[in-house]
Design a protein around this ligand. Sequence first.
Ligand SMILES: [Fe+2]
Length: 204
Amino acid sequence: MYGVAMAEYAFLINFGVLAVVALIIGIMMRISHKKEVAKRTRLAEIAKKRAGLLKSINKIHWEDQFAIDGGVIDKGNKTLFDLVNEFNESIPILQLPGEMLSILASLKKYTQTHFPREEKLQLTSDFPFFEDHKKEHEALIEKLNGLIKKVMQTKEDNVIDVAAEITSFLEKWITGHVLESDLSLKPYVDRLRENVKSKSEPQP
Ligand SMILES: [Fe+2]
């Protein structure tokens, strides 16, 4: 009689343990399923944002009409076009925010050599908008530094949002600065070239 009671007791204990284990497994499976659904939703949202961003981007092409000095300044601006295209071409495979840093670092390096060189040419050619132009350069550098900081703090989920902000900034840099502000320097560089040429020609 005592043996039967013990057996029933042991059965109930085992049953209870099994029930708890089954409950824990069920909860874990439910959590895992929720995480999987959340992950799929997140990836779908990123894919949607990426597709939207890619649709809005046009490849930019250097044209001879953008030329300012036919030399180092044009070469520098062509480098900017290349970097902008390189950045945009990286978007289809962009996964981690850190992957954007190498192009931003190249842009920063570009400003450190290109802007002082361009400003020197502006002073030499008596460009009347030098001060305002220099301020534009400073604002571009400040924005670029801000974006680099932002990328370093960006979470993986927001990578496309930040890429979109950088693309927009680069487009404004090309259209607003290179194709407008920089191009306004051309007549002054042409005049400087004419002056140098006329002085170097033998006087009658
Ligand atoms: Fe400039």
